[in-house]
Design a protein around this ligand. Sequence first.
Ligand SMILES: CC(C)(COP(=O)(O)OP(=O)(O)OC[C@H]1O[C@@H](n2cnc3c(N)ncnc32)[C@H](O)[C@@H]1OP(=O)(O)O)[C@@H](O)C(=O)NCCC(=O)NCCS
Length: 178
Amino acid sequence: MLPQKVPTVESGRVRLRPWRLDDVGVVQSVADDPLIPLITSVPASGTLADAEAFVRRQQGRLDRGVGYAFAIALRETDEAVGHIGLWTQHLNEGRATTGYWMAPSHRGSGLLTEALGVLKDWAMAHEEIARLDLFVEPWNEGSWRAAETCGFVREGLLRSWQRVGDEPKDMFAYAITR
Ligand SMILES: CC(C)(COP(=O)(O)OP(=O)(O)OC[C@H]1O[C@@H](n2cnc3c(N)ncnc32)[C@H](O)[C@@H]1OP(=O)(O)O)[C@@H](O)C(=O)NCCC(=O)NCCS
């Protein structure tokens, strides 16, 4: 059974753990990212108050039935460097979805791939999840390469699947199934 609290799971260099208020720095560091504030509730303002509100929203996700919001932390220092979620609104149909971002300062060193591997292994160890979905824009090669390394299979292109900013965007559908 999936747990009632956000757990801590770790492997290699990364630890997935609950968000804490002292993680606000990483939220502020992605406020000016061209994509993250458009596809998440990360505030583009970069203010401390808005970053704290983001953290509180993550802390409330499970109680509101949305799913598990993890900070991706470095195992060595426990510093938060990114975000990954397991969203469970369609769990009654056996499906969950993941999504993630990394701080620019920590991209390109395989950390996201490790974090996604940890999330996938943890999620798929729960029998309620028969299928783990991931939706990625075709240009976002860093994201879909990480997904493929972790065993996600591309199933097709979903046209105008998701509004990003003001525009409906095509998305590759990736999934892992049991
Ligand atoms: C997508 C994102 C999470 C990738 O993080 P990352 O730390 O660069 O990922 P990794 O270091 O684990 O690299 C993943 C793979 O992508 C490749 N890669 C990374 N950046 C790339 C780029 N700009 N173009 C092409 N390939 C890239 C890496 O070489 C690696 O592939 P490999 O293992 O086959 O060599 C990060 O760029 C990000 O946060 N982007 C903004 C938010 C976002 O796009 N979220 C995902 C939405 S679906």
